[in-house]
Design a protein around this ligand. Structure first.
Ligand code: NDP
Length: 512
């Protein structure tokens, strides 16, 4: 990371936040180390100014009808879709991931944007709810109103798909958004804000760039909610900073996802899924596969199939390469430490191993006989590595899967018992006989439990996450029992007791 002190006064367009000639930083191409772009480090004052402008814009945006917002978000969707190759190029430059993978994440993000824009009204509009017998004279309604300005802090590993899970749903719910992308992918954030500004006349979606301090400034800026995606450790800092102003947070943090392979599983499909889940995006995926638990009856066959499928897979710089570099150089030592710890504790590498970790690229590594208390089983590795463990049955597989602090995603391969096993796994999402499929289904909520965070993006839950519930009780006629008045009589008290006893009295004794 190169930080440069002030040069010239900046001349950004209105939706970009002026950095007032302040310092800048470079984002680097992790394949070559070349500078991919130079961006301002926005100060606390810059961030506050952006949030102030967003607050203004939010008034206009939230006053539009759902249809008018959908029309504008659809226009943005069209621009992103038509320029998907250009966006993929920025992602490729900044993260090093293959072009095709960059297009895949953009395509999924576009689908989410369409869903959020198209479903916001149905999910959030005012609807009548039963008022109940005691309050029968009231008309009760609930609706979900925008919070104003939502701050989004995103990671670099899926710099389009991941933050868009918050951005698209927050915008569709009627909020303005100020987005702070990772210092490794500021260009992607800038590209998204620039294209949005082409179709929406007000600064409803702005980007601020910088390092951790710029993110912390966004936490302190008085936004209505802060949606954070990143590591668990930073998530804790974000939550602590947001606590200073009682700003609510969504935390989408790390994972240690497992694949469970039952005795009746399609082993070819399970191995293919485990391999892609572990090695795509060079393993830098929050819902990437890092552990596999295999029924002892099929363990040997599964492992042989997995190693056979993996043996020709290489991470390198060649044009058609399926695995790119490790984006964040400091992650290389973490991956190396996990592999070495696994081997020191009695594990074996049946593919790759300590030498698989190079200067920029890490080769696929499959570890077996790794004790459950190893770093490679307990901590997020974030590299193209897998531990494969033999289990007695699926009870043991579930028990071991659940024995981490994380609980983000999971995968089950079983012909007969997929749903049953899935329900027993403590994770926010599970794919059965597929891999990461839940992330591409816009109507499903996305998020974790435990150290993987809380709150949900995607689906109806994701829309509601960026709103507050507004309850209205409207009196339709005078109450038969005037309960909320000093004119309440003893007779009314008696009638209420009778009514409540009639309604609820019978349920009050426990069954013998
Ligand atoms: P980090 O936690 O390092 O950073 C995430 C974001 O937080 C970045 O924009 C970072 O800015 C910012 N940040 C850093 N310090 C602070 C601070 N003190 N206050 C406010 N913001 C701050 O995560 P990575 O970018 O390395 O992303 C990888 C992690 O993200 C993995 O753990 C992965 O599992 C997780 N992740 C989770 C997903 C989910 O949906 N659950 C999806 C994708 C990734 P800067 O980069 O400038 O330091």
């Amino acid at each position: 990371m190169t930080i440069t002190e002030p040069t010239a006064e900046s001349t950004q367009p209105a939706h970009q936040v002026a950095a007032k000639g302040g310092p800048t930083f470079d984002s680097l191409n992790p394949r070559t180390g070349d500078v991919a772009g130079t961006y301002p480090i926005h100060s606390e004052a810059d961030v506050r100014a952006a949030v102030e402008r967003a607050r203004e814009a939010a008034r206009w945006w939230s006053a539009l009808s759902y249809d008018a917002r959908e029309e504008r978000l659809s226009a943005w969707k069209g621009v992103i879709t038509r320029r998907i190759a250009q966006l993929a190029d920025v992602v490729h430059q900044e993260t090093g991931k293959p072009h095709a993978d960059a297009r895949l994440e953009a395509a999924l993000a576009i689908d989410h944007l369409a869903w959020a824009a198209g479903h916001a009204e149905k999910v959030l509009r005012r609807r009548r709810v039963p008022a109940g017998l005691v309050m029968a004279n009231q008309a009760a309604t609930v609706q979900y109103l925008p919070l104003g300005v939502v701050g989004v802090i995103g990671p670099w590993n899926y710099p389009v798909f991941t933050p868009m899970g918050s951005i698209a749903y927050a915008l569709a719910a009627g909020n303005a958004v100020v987005f702070k992308p990772s210092e490794f992918s500021p260009g992607v954030g800038r590209w998204l804000a620039d294209t949005f500004a082409e179709v929406v006349e007000q600064p409803v979606f702005q980007v601020v760039t910088g390092l951790g301090d710029t993110g912390a400034a966004l936490c302190r800026s008085g936004v209505g909610k802060l949606a954070f995606t990143g590591s668990t450790a930073t998530g804790k800092k974000v939550m602590a900073t947001c606590a200073e102003t009682l700003t609510p947070v969504v935390i989408e943090a790390g994972g240690k996802d497992a694949v469970l392979v039952d005795a009746d599983a399609d082993l070819d499909a399970a191995a293919d899924a485990a391999l892609w889940g572990a090695c795509s995006n060079a393993g830098q995926t929050c819902i990437g596969v890092e552990r596999v638990y295999v029924h002892e009856r099929v363990y040997d066959d599964f492992l042989a199939t997995l190693v056979d499928q993996a043996k020709d897979l290489k991470a390198d710089d060649s044009p058609g390469s399926k695995i790119g570099p490790i984006t964040m150089p400091s992650q290389l030592s973490v991956i190396s430490a996990h592999i070495q710890d696994a081997i020191a504790k009695g594990g074996r590498a049946v593919l790759g191993g300590p030498d698989a970790v190079g200067e920029r690229f890490v080769q696929p590594t499959i570890l077996v006989d790794v004790p459950e208390d190893s770093l490679a089983v307990q901590e997020e590795t974030f590299g193209p590595t897998l531990t494969v463990t033999r289990v007695r049955d699926m009870d043991e597989a579930v028990e071991k899967t659940n024995a981490t602090r994380y609980g983000l995603g999971s995968t089950v391969f079983s012909k007969a018992h997929g749903m049953e096993i899935a329900e027993r796994i403590r994770s926010g999402m599970t794919a059965v006989n597929g891999i990461i499929t839940f992330a591409g289904i816009p109507s499903l909520p996305f998020g974790g439990v435990g150290d993987s965070g809380f709150g949900r993006i995607h689906g109806p839950d994701g829309l509601k996450e960026f709103t507050y519930a507004k309850a209205i009780a409207r009196q339709r006629f005078k109450p038969l029992l005037a309960l909320t008045s000093f004119t309440r009589t003893e007779k009314a008290d008696g009638q209420l007791t009778q009514l409540i006893t009639m309604l609820h009295g019978r349920g009050s004794t426990l069954p013998k």
